[in-house]
Each structure stands twice: as structure tokens, then as C-alpha cells.
Design a protein around this ligand. Structure first.
Ligand code: IPM
Ligand code: MN
Length: 350
């Protein structure tokens, strides 16, 4: 029997309860499709930091390098100053494991309420490929004359040929494998001429290898507008780290919100990490109100990465099957508890 060593990294807040539902569902998929998942607990997050002062010890990073994949809940604790856990844990792992792609599908499922007028599942089905190791997230910066009225704060964006090329290539491959084969580069070539000059040049360089892919370009501001007005124009959007962060929250709300939006931090040659893209939601912790579908769909993305395609499809079908029976996708508005959602999806697979 195939078996996988997966890091179960529940993290903070609602992370444990939503990933437990994902575990249930993935175990059910394994039982049906002939594989076994060994869940290795990764104990990182706000509680550990408050007790020990540790964010990610090197020993834990080493352990992660030996896994087949990582399944993350959420990071963020009300008693820890904002930034410490996000940078010290989440960004540290993305960088250390070189998870250079942040893959975020924007897909509206039937039965999910959409805030866009006159848009349905037919119109909202695309994927954002966000560069995940460079840009403003990796640049150096500093302040001069801090705390005075003459202060100057500088924050640089790093874009390397290698980093841009591998991200664009991933996006071209993905676009080429999808029925519509359209790739939109989202940038700001009219202002950020150095950074997006490089992106644009490499985009056209790689396009020669993918004559079947339709090329498209949109500035980031216009991209936001089209994502609301004409989401059906998009198939695959590729962009840098910061723009990708911003537009994927917009994308998430058009697909029903953070209760359902999932993503993957992917190193195609290494260890990837899948997560619901919402936060730890401390005020809903332990109440059975959090929607586990985002975590379940993150698990589905992980199955795809593990090449368990039949199982991944079964999970997606089970989620599609349960959606019409839910009252809504927001926390506390599902008409059932976190656990019940997990049980029903798992039962549908078994
Ligand atoms: C995300 C989050 C993170 C990011 C934060 C928590 C550092 O917003 O995964 O989109 O900015 O990448
Ligand atoms: Mn974000």
C-alpha cells in the first residue's frame, strides 16, 4: 500500500479543529483509494512561542525536509505581537523549504453565495500563481532618521531572473495543461519598470516555448477591477509576491470567502505546504463554528501534489455534494458544526 509521511501542523486558533476535519476526509480517501497517511505532529505556533520563545527551531525544519508534504492549519495568536509568528514561522518555512509557488485557485462552487452580481460558477474558475520567495517579502530595507519628521523608510523588492523564470515557467505549464490555456501576467510595468520589466521580458521569452498558450497582460489595479467585473476573462494569473497576496484575498471573497479558500506553498522539487488561506480566527476557536471546507480543499490540493488524482477528485466531488446542504460558508452560519461538515464529507467519500 502507498503511504505518505505528512506533517500535521495545526498551529493556532481554529487551525487544529479545521485540520482535524481535513485529516478525517483524507483518511477516508486513503481507505477508499488504497493509501495510508502517517500524520506527524508539528508543534509550532503561538503557544510554543509563548512558552519557549521559539518560532521554528532548526531541528523542526530538518524534520520537515524529510516529509512528503505538510498540512497547515493557521498561524496567529492574540497574545503575540503581530508579525513575529507570521514572519518567524510562516515566511521562514516558505523560504527555508524554497516553496517558490503560492498556488491559489479561485473557484466558485455551485450553491456558494457570491458577492458579485450576475456571476456564477461558470464565470469564476481560475488560478493565481503567486511568486512566494522574493519581491517585497525578501527585500532588504531600513529607516533613516527614525522617529523624526525627516524619517525615510525604504523597502526593496527583490526579483531575480532565476526566481521570476521558475515562477513563470510553472504558470505556463499550468496554463498549458488547462482547457482554456490562457495566461495573464499581472504587474505594474508602467511604474515599477525595473521589477516588472524583468517579469515582462521573461514572460515573452518563455512564451516561445508555449505557442499554445494565449498571452495576456494586466496591471495590478486593472486586474482587481476585472476580477470583480469580468472574472470569466481569467484562466491562470501569474504575479509577484505582494500583488499575489493582495489579489488572492479579493479572489477568495468572490469564491465565497475565507471559509472555503485554500492554497498551497509549493516546491515542485521539494516539500510543499498546504493551508486554508484564512487566519487563526481566535474568536471562533473551539466553538465548532469554523468552516472546515477551506482546510479540506487544502487537503485536496495536497492529494493532487502527491499525484493521488482520483482521491483528490473524490474529495472535491464530496465537497461539491455537501455545499447545497449548508446554510452558508461563513463561520457560525453553516447550519451545522465544524465536525458535522467534516463527517459528511468523509462519509460521502467512504
Ligand atoms: C498569506 C498571508 C501571509 C502573507 C502573512 C500572514 C505573512 O497573508 O498567506 O497570504 O502575507 O503571505
Ligand atoms: Mn495574504
Amino acid at each position: 500500500m502507498r503511504s505518505y509521511n505528512i506533517g500535521w501542523f495545526p498551529g493556532d486558533g481554529i487551525g487544529p479543529e479545521v485540520t482535524m476535519q481535513g485529516r478525517k476526509v483524507l483518511d477516508a480517501a486513503g481507505a477508499r483509494f488504497g493509501f495510508k497517511i502517517n500524520w506527524n505532529h508539528i508543534d509550532l505556533g503561538g503557544e510554543r512561542y509563548l512558552k519557549t520563545g521559539e518560532t521554528v527551531p532548526d531541528s523542526v525544519l530538518e524534520e520537515m525536509r524529510g516529509l512528503d508534504s505538510i498540512y497547515l492549519g493557521a498561524i496567529g495568536h492574540p497574545d503575540v505581537k503581530p508579525g513575529i509568528l507570521e514572519q518567524g514561522i510562516l515566511l521562514k518555512i516558505r523560504f527555508a523549504l524554497d516553496q517558490y509557488i503560492n498556488l491559489r485557485p479561485v473557484k466558485l462552487y455551485p450553491g456558494v453565495e457570491c458577492p458579485l452580481k450576475d456571476k456564477g460558477p461558470e464565470q469564476i474558475d481560475y488560478v493565481v500563481v503567486r511568486e512566494n520567495t522574493e519581491g517585497l517579502y525578501a527585500g532588504s530595507g531600513g529607516c533613516l532618521r527614525k522617529g523624526t519628521v525627516h524619517e525615510i523608510a525604504v523597502q526593496e523588492s527583490v526579483n531575480t531572473y532565476m526566481g521570476v523564470e521558475r515562477c513563470l515557467r510553472y504558470a505556463f505549464e499550468l496554463a498549458a495543461a488547462r482547457p482554456r490555456k490562457k495566461l495573464t501576467l499581472c504587474g505594474k510595468t508602467n511604474v515599477l519598470t525595473f521589477a516588472f520589466g524583468l517579469w515582462d521580458r521573461v514572460f515573452h521569452e518563455l512564451a516561445k516555448d508555449y505557442p499554445q498558450v494565449e498571452l495576456d497582460y494586466a496591471h495590478v489595479d486593472a486586474t482587481c477591477m476585472w476580477m470583480v467585473k469580468n472574472p470569466e476573462w481569467f484562466d491562470v494569473i501569474v504575479t509577484d509576491n505582494m500583488f499575489g497576496d493582495i489579489i488572492t484575498d479579493l479572489g477568495a471573497i468572490t469564491q465565497g470567502g475565507l471559509g472555503i479558500a485554500a492554497g498551497g506553498n509549493i516546491n515542485p522539487e521539494g516539500v510543499s505546504m498546504f493551508e486554508p488561506i484564512g487566519g487563526s480566527a481566535p474568536k471562533y476557536t473551539g466553538q465548532g463554528k469554523a468552516n472546515p471546507l477551506a482546510a479540506i480543499l487544502a487537503g485536496q490540493m495536497m492529494l493532487t501534489e502527491l499525484k493521488e488524482d482520483a482521491a483528490a477528485q473524490a474529495v472535491e466531488q464530496a465537497v461539491i455534494g455537501i455545499l447545497p446542504t449548508m446554510a452558508g460558508q461563513g463561520a457560525g452560519r453553516m447550519g451545522m458544526t465544524t465536525d458535522e461538515v467534516g463527517d459528511r464529507v468523509a462519509e460521502a467519500i467512504a
